[in-house]
Design a protein around this ligand. Structure first.
Ligand SMILES: Nc1ncnc2c1ncn2[C@@H]1O[C@H](COP(=O)(O)OP(=O)(O)OP(=O)(O)O)[C@@H](O)[C@H]1O
Ligand SMILES: [Mg+2]
Length: 364
């Protein structure tokens, strides 16, 4: 069961005024000039639904409105599920605590609200940083597969301890390292299997969304770049054993599945090396939309999709296709833009809900 956001009101959150924002269950366009509060609306929903921001190193001190003598942020919202059952979700956040309420009653755990946030800068990061790609796949795969998340956290804990031993080299560290080899191999194999499985599952959607949204003549694939050629614990154990000296010299685990990477293939060519900025953006967005399709295939429902100004680097033809695509889908979208030309494309969407933000005030 997934939720859609129906209403939101925030008090003392960044520059936003405590106006009630009404959302439709389809496409919501959030419009306004730079610095007026469009991204802040997406962030407020993200914080309320997932208890954290999509901005890095951000928390209560950054959220709290800077003018006045406010000490507390209030969130008040209504979410609806497929059966149109309403749930009110509210929160009070201050320096010391975050309190959440569902239908007026205090709760320790809030119901899971699935969200997908699409940020224009992530395309650049995805194409330029292996660490970003890894954590990107880990996050999205983890959202679909709790078992993967569990194995990954056990693997990472073993890896951290192994690295500490390699760095500090206490007495008898070799035997202890050996016992962690066992754990890395034990969790590493199912993790690799899940990654391969996930890529296998997303692949058809990936090619399909790319063709539908951006370009019929081109093809997009995503592949796992790993040195684990045999899905077998013994193979990983040998690999770790063979690199023992290297690891000791380096003071950390130089290779295992935490160093695996992903490659986007654009017509068979490595997108990181060959694609233009626009093509990179198309590839990245296609991957995310493919994920949404896969999500639906698994859960029979969609997450709420938050899209923060993605118009940059794409030409008018791609904007049109992207808007056409969003129109045909059944998910709730909140899409922001400050770009007047892209706004013209969004204005073509019949029945879209339009939210204007002006210095934190909402005009609907
Ligand atoms: N804690 C805060 N209190 C008050 N205002 C804040 C706070 N944090 C950020 N702001 C202000 O919120 C404003 C709007 O930010 P936001 O990122 O939502 O703009 P935007 O409409 O998305 O703009 P752009 O089109 O440039 O992306 C900025 O002017 C910023 O200075
Ligand atoms: Mg913004």
């Amino acid at each position: 069961m997934t939720f859609k956001v129906d209403k939101l009101q925030v008090t003392n959150f960044r520059n936003l005024q405590p106006d009630i924002i009404q959302f439709s269950s389809g496409i919501n366009c959030i419009l306004g000039e730079n610095g007026n509060g469009k991204t802040n609306i997406l962030e407020a929903i993200h914080v309320l639904a997932t208890k954290k921001s999509f901005r890095k190193n951000t928390g209560f001190p950054q959220y709290l409105g800077i003018d006045g003598e406010k000490t507390e942020i209030l969130f008040s919202s209504v979410f609806k599920n497929e059966e149109e059952t309403q749930m009110s979700l509210s929160a009070k956040i201050n320096q010391d605590a975050s309190l959440f309420f569902v239908n007026g009653k205090p709760v320790k755990r809030t119901p899971e609200i699935k969200l997908l946030f699409i940020n224009p800068f992530d395309s650049y990061q995805f194409h330029n940083t292996a660490a970003f790609r890894r954590s990107f796949i880990d996050t999205y795969l983890g959202m679909l597969n709790p078992e993967y998340k569990k194995n990954l956290s056990k693997y990472n804990s073993a890896l951290r301890q192994r690295n500490t031993l390699l760095k500090k080299k206490p007495s008898h560290f070799r035997e202890m390292v050996k016992s962690f080899n066992q754990q890395l191999a034990q969790y590493g194999i199912p993790i690799t299997k899940e990654r391969l499985n996930f890529l296998e599952e997303i692949r058809p959607f990936c090619g399909e969304t790319f063709k539908t949204i951006f370009s019929e003549e081109h093809d997009l694939q995503i592949v796992l770049d790993t040195r684990v050629t045999q899905l077998d614990e013994k193979f990983l154990l040998n690999m770790l054993e063979e690199r023992r000296q290297k690891d000791e010299d380096a003071g950390h685990t130089t290779y295992c599945i935490h160093k695996d990477d992903y490659t986007l293939l654009f017509d068979g060519l490595n997108s990181f090396d060959y694609c233009s900025l626009g093509q990179q953006k198309m590839s990245y967005l296609s991957l995310l939309f493919a994920y949404i399709e896969l999500f639906r295939y698994k859960y029979k429902s969609f997450p709420i999709v938050l899209i923060d100004d993605v118009s940059g680097e794409l030409d008018r033809y791609r904007w049109k296709r992207l808007v056409d695509y969003l129109e045909t889908r059944k998910f709730q979208v909140l899409i922001t833009t400050a770009n007047e030309k892209f706004k013209e494309e969004l204005d073509r969407i019949e029945g879209a809900n339009r939210i204007h933000v002006d210095a934190g005030s909402i005009i609907q």
